[in-house]
Design a protein around this ligand. Structure first.
Ligand SMILES: [Zn+2]
Length: 113
């Protein structure tokens, strides 16, 4: 541990921060609790700790869902091309099955957001 980092931690404690038993997922430094927020003095930023079984913070889950929806849209574009180019009933059915699966996921994402 750099002495500079240690100095930052000492400063945090002086400002009334509490040392937590958790460590930073990025740099492994001990984390502090300041004003109800978990803070990593080494990364100099707030750390969001997600405990198992707890819902993730809303901003994180909506970001994740939006990115998932984008990925599904991209896949749908590929499936659309496959439907167009299907040469027989089997190929068409396979592509349609994929499309339905993807649309179902989109539907669920919409319900969550
Ligand atoms: Zn850190």
């Amino acid at each position: 541990m750099e002495s500079e980092d240690l100095q930052k931690m000492v400063d945090m404690l002086r400002r009334g921060a509490t040392l937590l038993s958790k460590s930073c997922p990025v740099c492994n430094s001990p984390l502090f609790k300041v004003d109800g927020k978990i803070w990593c003095p080494t990364c100099e930023k707030q750390v969001v700790v997600i405990r198992e079984g707890e819902p993730p913070p809303p901003e994180l889950s909506s970001l994740l869902l939006a990115s998932l929806a984008n990925a599904i849209y991209e896949k749908l574009r590929g499936v659309e091309a496959r439907i167009r180019e299907a040469r027989d009933a089997d190929e068409l059915q396979e592509s349609l099955r994929l499309a339905v699966g993807l649309l179902e996921v989109l539907e669920r994402i919409k319900r969550l957001t």
